[in-house]
Ligand binder design. Structure first.
Ligand code: SF4
Length: 648
C-alpha cells in the first residue's frame, strides 16, 4: 500500500451483531474530510438513517483520530467520539473527544479509528493487538465498576495495553454514561451508554508500530516554535489546578506528546486519598459537602471517584443535584417519591446512593438516568423553568462561555446542537488573558487591550471582534472561529493548547494562526495552507448542519438562544473567565471598560447578527437553511438529495 504520511490507512469496522471484523480505507475519506470529526461525520452520513435512535444497534459508535495523533506533533493526543447522542434533547448527532494515551496506541496498532455497528448478543471486550482483533467474552466483567473491570483486564493483558471502558451507568443505558480511558480521560454526551447498548464493556489496545511522518524535522521546528511562544512570560491558563481546599498536587500528568501540560494532575488529600483531577470536574459535589460539613472534606474527592467508577458524566450529576435540591425545598421531591435521603445531601451515603441508583436505573434512578432536562418533564412547568435557567433547550450548559459574556458565542450557541466547547474555549482564552492583564495591572499577563485587538485582527477577522460596545464584527468572528475549530477537531488537537493566540517570544505578543497548517504539512508531506484548513472547517461544519437537518432539526426557528440569555440577572460565576473577572469586564472603544455582570443579549441585535452570520456562511438568511450552491462549492453536493425541503 502507498504510504500516506500521518495515517495507518485503515479504520477498524466491527459489526457486533454478525461478529464481522473488517476495515474501511482512511484515504477514501481523508482527502475531503481530513480526519477526526470530518471523517466521523462522513461515516455517520453514509451509514445511518434519520430514524435511528441513539441506543439502537444501527447507531454507530465512531472513534476517530486525526493525522497528527501518535506522531511527535505536540499536544495532539485526542480522538473524536461521535454518533447520535442519547444525551441531547432530542437525540441528535454530536461529538465529544477524549485525551490520554489510548488514541496514540490505537494508531500505533495500525488503526486510524474504530467504528462499531450492531449489538453483540453477549458482553464482549474488543481486543486489538496490532493487526489482530478479537471479540473476547466479557460476562465476568459485566456489572463491574470501572476500576475493577480495568484491573481484571490488565491482569490478563499486562500494563502496556490501553483501555477504554464503561461502568455500570453505560451498561444500563443511563443517558449520561461516559467512556473512560487512561489518565482519567473521559468522553461524555452519553457515548458510554451507546457502547453499553452494543454490549461492549471495553476496548483494549496494544500497538507497537509507528505512524509515518513525512518531515520529522519540520515537526520538530513547529514544536520548538511552540515552546518559544509559550516560554517565559507566557501565562498557561490551565497551569494551576482548580483550587480545592486541602488538595495538594503531587505531580502533573501529561497526555501523549503534550508540550505544555494543564491542570491534569495527581491530587492528594491530607487523608492520603489520591487520584487524577482535571478542570471543574474536581468539585461538582463541593457545594453540598460544604453545606453539610462546613468545609470541603474527602467526600468532594470521593464523589468524583464514584462518578468515574459508575461511568457517569459529572456535568449531568451537577445539573441533577441542583434540581433535586431546588425541588426538595419546594416539596416537589421527598424521600418517599425518590428513595433518596434528601435531608442528607452532602454526605457520602447520599451521593453514593444517588449514583448507584442512576447507574443501575433502579427506582427513581430510572427517571434521573434520563438526564436533567428529560427527568423534570414529569414534575411540572416550574421544574422545567428551573433547569432552563442554566441549560439550553437541548440540555447543555447555557451560561458557560455563553452569549451574555461573549456575544461572539451567540451564533455558536444558536446553531449547534451541542455548543462546541472548542469554539467557546477559543473565544474565552484571549479574553481571559486580557482580564488577567487588566486585573493584575499587567503583572500576570501581557495581553493588554492593544495586544488583544491585534490578536482579534489576526485571528478573528478584525479589531471590532473585541469591541464589546457593539455587535459589529461578531458574526464574522464567529464564522472564522467555528471554521478553525471544526478543522481542529479534524486534526485532532488539544484545545487547551491550540490555537496559540499569544506569543511570549515576540514584542507584539500576537500568536500565529498558521502554526496548525505548518504542523499538518510537515506530518503529511504536502503544503496545506491555513486557508485550505479553514475551507475544510467550513465543509465539516456544513456537513454537521446537513446531518442535523436530515435527522430532524429545523432551520432558523430553532437557531435561537435560551430565553434566560435575554434576561438581565445577577448570576454566579460559570467559567474560567468569571473566575478571573467576577465583574465580567470587557473592552469597549478606546479605554472604555464594559461590565457584563448582569448583561442580557439584545434580541433585535442578535437577530441582525444572525442575518449577517447566515449571509457570511452562504446559508439562506430568512430560513437558515443550507443552499445547494454553497453545498456544491464546499464539495458537499452529495447531501442535497437527502435534504429534501431543508435545502434551497
Ligand atoms: S494540555 Fe492537558 S489535556 Fe491537553 S494534551 Fe496536554 S495534558 Fe492533555
Amino acid at each position: 500500500m502507498e504510504t500516506r504520511f500521518g495515517w495507518t490507512g485503515k479504520i477498524l469496522k466491527i459489526d457486533l451483531t454478525k461478529k464481522k471484523i473488517s476495515s474501511l480505507t482512511t484515504h477514501d475519506y481523508s482527502e475531503d474530510f481530513l480526519g477526526g470529526l470530518g471523517i466521523g461525520e462522513k461515516i455517520y452520513w453514509d451509514e445511518t438513517v434519520p430514524e435511528t435512535r441513539a441506543l439502537d444497534p444501527e447507531n454507530p459508535l465512531i472513534l476517530m483520530t486525526g493525522p497528527l495523533c501518535g506522531t511527535t506533533a505536540p499536544s495532539a493526543p485526542r480522538l473524536v467520539v461521535c454518533g447520535k447522542s442519547p444525551m441531547t434533547c432530542p437525540e441528535r448527532f454530536v461529538n465529544a473527544s477524549i485525551a490520554g494515551f489510548f488514541p496514540a496506541e490505537l494508531k500505533k496498532a495500525g488503526w486510524d479509528g474504530v467504528v462499531l455497528f450492531g449489538r453483540s448478543d453477549t458482553p464482549v471486550v474488543i481486543r486489538i493487538e496490532n493487526g489482530t482483533v478479537t471479540l473476547d467474552d466479557a460476562a465476568h466483567l459485566w456489572g463491574l465498576k470501572n476500576t475493577a473491570a480495568r484491573e481484571r483486564i490488565a491482569t490478563v493483558s499486562g500494563d502496556k495495553h490501553k483501555i477504554m471502558s464503561i461502568g455500570p451507568g453505560g451498561e444500563n443505558g443511563a443517558r449520561m454514561g461516559t467512556l473512560l480511558i487512561d489518565l482519567a480521560g473521559s468522553a461524555g454526551m452519553g457515548f458510554g451508554a451507546v457502547m453499553g447498548s452494543k454490549n461492549v464493556k471495553a476496548i483494549v489496545v496494544r500497538g507497537t508500530g509507528k505512524v509515518p511522518v513525512a518531515d520529522p524535522e519540520g515537526v520538530k521546528q513547529v514544536r520548538k516554535k511552540l515552546k518559544q511562544m509559550t516560554g517565559p512570560g507566557f501565562h498557561n491558563l490551565y497551569e494551576n489546578s482548580m483550587p480545592i481546599p486541602g488538595n495538594r498536587v503531587v505531580r502533573k500528568v501529561h497526555c501523549h506528546g503534550c508540550a505544555q501540560g494543564c491542570w491534569r494532575a495527581v491530587h492528594r488529600r491530607p487523608s492520603g486519598l489520591e487520584g487524577i483531577r482535571k478542570c471543574q470536574t474536581v468539585g461538582f459535589y463541593m457545594l453540598w459537602d460544604m453545606k453539610k460539613n462546613g468545609q470541603v472534606t474527602d467526600i468532594t474527592f470521593r464523589a468524583m471517584d464514584l462518578a468515574n467508577e459508575y461511568g457517569l458524566c459529572i456535568h449531568e450529576m451537577l445539573f441533577l443535584l441542583l434540581w433535586i435540591e431546588w425541588a426538595r425545598d419546594r416539596e416537589i421531591l421527598n424521600e418517599e417519591n425518590t428513595g433518596l435521603p434528601l435531608s442528607d445531601m452532602g454526605s457520602l451515603e447520599f451521593i453514593e446512593r444517588f449514583m448507584k441508583m442512576i447507574a443501575a436505573r433502579e427506582g427513581f434512578g430510572r427517571v434521573l438516568g434520563e438526564g436533567a432536562l428529560r427527568a423534570v418533564e414529569a414534575f411540572g412547568a416550574e421544574s422545567k423553568k428551573m433547569v432552563l435557567g442554566f441549560l439550553t433547550k437541548t440540555g447543555r450548559p447555557s451560561r458557560t462561555y455563553g452569549p451574555k459574556s461573549f456575544i461572539i458565542s451567540a451564533p455558536i450557541h444558536a446553531t449547534e446542537q451541542r455548543p462546541a466547547i472548542t469554539s467557546l474555549h477559543e473565544i474565552c482564552h484571549p479574553l481571559t488573558k486580557w482580564a488577567l492583564w487588566y486585573k493584575s495591572k499587567g503583572e500576570q499577563s501581557y495581553v493588554s487591550t492593544d495586544v488583544l485587538r491585534n490578536i482579534a485582527e489576526k485571528f478573528w477577522g478584525g479589531k471590532a471582534a473585541v469591541d464589546f460596545s457593539t455587535y459589529d464584527g461578531k458574526a464574522k468572528a464567529a464564522v472564522i472561529i467555528q471554521n478553525r475549530e471544526y478543522a481542529k477537531e479534524c486534526l485532532v488537537l488539544c484545545d487547551l493548547v491550540w490555537p496559540v493566540h499569544d506569543d511570549a517570544s515576540t514584542d507584539d505578543h500576537v500568536g500565529d494562526p498558521a502554526l496548525e497548517s505548518r504542523l499538518l504539512s510537515a506530518v503529511v508531506g504536502r503544503d496545506i495552507s491555513a486557508e485550505a484548513l479553514d475551507r475544510i472547517g467550513a465543509r465539516v461544519l456544513a456537513l454537521n448542519r446537513a446531518i442535523l437537518f436530515r435527522d430532524g432539526r429545523k432551520g432558523r426557528e430553532e437557531d435561537t438562544l435560551s430565553e434566560v440569555c435575554f434576561v438581565s440577572l445577577q448570576e454566579p460565576p460559570a467559567d474560567i473567565f468569571d473566575m478571573y473577572n467576577p465583574e465580567r469586564y470587557l473592552p469597549g472603544k478606546g479605554d472604555e471598560l464594559i461590565s457584563h455582570k448582569t448583561a442580557a443579549v439584545d434580541r433585535k441585535k442578535f437577530e441582525k447578527m444572525m442575518d449577517e452570520y447566515y449571509d457570511l456562511r452562504g446559508w439562506d438568511v430568512e430560513t437558515g437553511l443550507l443552499k445547494k450552491t454553497t453545498l456544491k462549492e464546499l464539495g458537499l453536493g452529495f447531501v442535497v438529495d437527502s435534504l429534501g425541503e431543508k435545502v434551497l
